[in-house]
Design a protein around this ligand. Structure first.
Ligand SMILES: Cc1cc2nc3c(=O)[nH]c(=O)nc-3n(C[C@H](O)[C@H](O)[C@H](O)COP(=O)(O)OP(=O)(O)OC[C@H]3O[C@@H](n4cnc5c(N)ncnc54)[C@H](O)[C@@H]3O)c2cc1C
Ligand code: FES
Ligand code: FES
Length: 523
């Protein structure tokens, strides 16, 4: 067999379905390229124009495991710092494509000026996914259920695209083609999003309806309204998600708002008009009929809320309350960049350096090895559990450079140079349990214990970010961690107890059980 035949065979094999959908391994093989600057990314894309870009990987790795995509090469852009961060410039607010969703949900600037976008980021179904998933990935996966996209389109955001030989600005709305499809040219990457400056008296709101907190939208809506000096609406944008092949603009409904004051009655008419403009489908999350009816109420509520935020008087009154409602988490941890660019074939191995619970390791890994498997099988740290394998249960939660991530959705090669903390690193080296572990024992916050390592790694971070969380904050933080036997009330009590113990800095203080919380209540 000559070289060309070998390559064709290998190409064929990498396109083949392996029939091992969502095994604990990532069976599909691919080459791996790790650029460390934007010019290196464009050079890599010129060489491999059909490669898949790996940002947070919360969509791509799920798609790879479920055999929905079969890229020959993956270009890991996570080591390029210039693609992350939020910056105010004279022509608007620039957000790097690699900026994590969590950074948007915790940005005071966004809550103040671009409230609908901050609300959309905060509405994500899992805290770990928010910490790893990026704004660019949310746009480029092309899902009609992507939470940030209706808000971006309602604000008239532009996408800054960089290709092998050119760069261009395109309205985000023009990028959207259909489910799973965006209009990127070959070899092009989304580098940043630009939001126009907010002018005059404007207000916005994003609302989402989902089956449970940890889920994609059945229907979502972003509304942005402007108030004229006469107290009437001068401009309106209404964009709905999950009710069509891509974000749907409700133009007829918008017309009903112009020149009027969005009272409850007007907002109801607007909701009915918007509901007549959408084309939802039946799917696992909802029926078309339900979506059509629910859109009436959702658009109504979003219009009333956005309008209330256009009033300077109301704005002043609400400012304090909204500031208090901003999720109190910290912004992202800085990237630790101690790596060189690399390029690997599907069967080649890279030597990666990991510091796991304070111990340094050097390991040879293939591009398709998952961090979870390396920890469990090669380092024998089996405390971290394999549950669903596709980001939905939280059992595999570990810390990567101080941020909780899902080990099942991180390539080991992508963790090169990182500090990793697992459940085995929670107790002191002499075996003394962490006070949080003790609180879990005291509150009987586990039965089979399968979810417990993930719960502990997550709540340890919560207490670092918010030393005295409320019950709601605990439940919201744990929205991506599922427990199938204990329920959540005792887990919430354990976290409250640990916080209380720490606050009192003395003997363990009793913690009142939450009023009326049943053990099977969702977080
Ligand atoms: C359990 C779970 C819960 C989720 N909940 C939500 C939710 O509530 N709301 C929601 O909207 N989404 C949700 N998602 C989907 C996903 O997490 C988000 O869409 C996330 O923002 C994707 O970002 P990422 O960086 O992980 O993308 P990736 O997985 O890295 O990439 C996604 C796609 O975009 C491409 N891509 C990524 N970045 C770029 C770029 N800069 N330029 C060009 N192409 C690029 C990739 O090649 C890939 O095709 C969920 C996913 C999981 C697994
Ligand atoms: S195993 Fe990773 S989230 Fe379920
Ligand atoms: S204790 Fe069994 S899954 Fe949570």
């Amino acid at each position: 067999m000559n070289r060309r035949e070998r390559e064709e065979r290998r190409e064929g094999m990498s396109q083949e379905k392996h029939g091992m959908t969502n095994s604990h391994l990532l069976v599909h093989r691919f080459g791996y390229v790790r650029p460390t600057s934007l010019p290196e990314i464009t050079a890599a894309l010129r060489e491999h124009p059909d490669a898949a870009i790996l940002a947070g990987g919360t969509n791509l790795l799920v798609d790879l495991k479920l055999e929905r995509v079969h890229p020959t090469n993956v270009i890991d852009v996570t080591f390029v710092p210039e693609l992350r961060g939020v910056e105010e410039r004279s022509d608007g607010l620039w957000i790097g494509a690699l900026t994590p969703i969590y950074a948007l949900a915790t940005s005071e600037l966004l809550w103040k000026e671009y409230t609908a976008l901050a609300e959309a980021a905060a509405a994500f179904g899992s805290t770990q996914i928010m910490m790893r998933g990026t704004l660019g990935g949310n746009v480029c996966n092309g899902s009609p259920a992507s939470d940030t996209v209706p808000a971006l389109v309602a604000f008239g955001a532009d996408a800054y695209l960089v290709g092998p030989d050119s760069e261009r600005m395109v309205p985000v709305g023009d990028l959207l083609e259909g489910p799973g499809k965006v209009r990127l040219r070959k070899g092009e990457i989304l580098a940043a999003i630009r939001l126009p400056r907010a002018t005059g008296q404007t207000g916005s709101a994003f609302l989402k309806l989902s089956r449970v907190r940890a889920d994609l939208a059945k229907v979502s809506v972003a509304v942005r309204l402007s108030r004229g000096e006469d107290g009437r609406c001068t401009s309106a944008r209404i964009e709905l998600g999950s009710v069509g092949p891509t974000v749907v603009r409700a133009r007829e409904a918008e017309k009903l708002l112009i020149g009027r004051t969005p009272t409850e009655d007007v907002a109801f008419d607007v909701g009915c008009a918007a509901s007549a403009e959408i084309q939802p489908i039946d799917d696992v999350r909802s029926s078309a009929t339900y979506r059509t009816r629910a859109a009436v109420a959702l658009v109504h509520d979003a219009c009333v809320l956005a309008w209330s935020r256009t009033s300077e008087e109301v704005k002043r009154e609400q400012a304090a309350a909204e500031a208090a409602a901003v999720p109190r988490g910290e912004a992202e941890e800085p990237l630790r960049l101690a790596v060189e660019p690399i390029q690997l074939g599907p069967d080649e191995k890279a030597t990666i350096r990991l510091t796991v619970n304070g111990t340094r390791h050097e390991l040879d890994v293939r591009p398709n090895e998952l961090l979870l498997n390396v920890l469990r099988e090669r380092l024998e740290l089996t405390g971290t559990k394999y549950g669903c394998g596709i980001g939905e249960c939280g059992a595999c939660t570990i810390w990567l450079n101080g941020t909780p991530v899902l080990g099942c959705l991180v390539l080991a090669v992508s963790a090169d140079g990182a500090e990793v903390r697992t459940i085995e690193g929670l107790a002191a080296p002499n075996g003394t349990l962490d006070p949080l572990q003790e609180a879990f024992i005291e509150e009987n916050a586990f039965q089979c214990g399968f979810c417990t390592p993930g719960m502990l790694m997550m709540t340890k971070k919560l207490l670092e970010e918010i030393p005295e969380p409320t019950e709601d904050e605990i439940r919201d933080y744990l929205k991506g961690n599922h427990c199938r036997c204990t329920g959540y009330s005792s887990i919430v009590r354990a976290v409250l107890r640990a916080a209380n113990n720490r606050a009192s800095l003395g003997p363990k203080a009793p913690v009142e059980p939450s009023a009326g919380g049943s053990n099977s209540e969702a977080p």
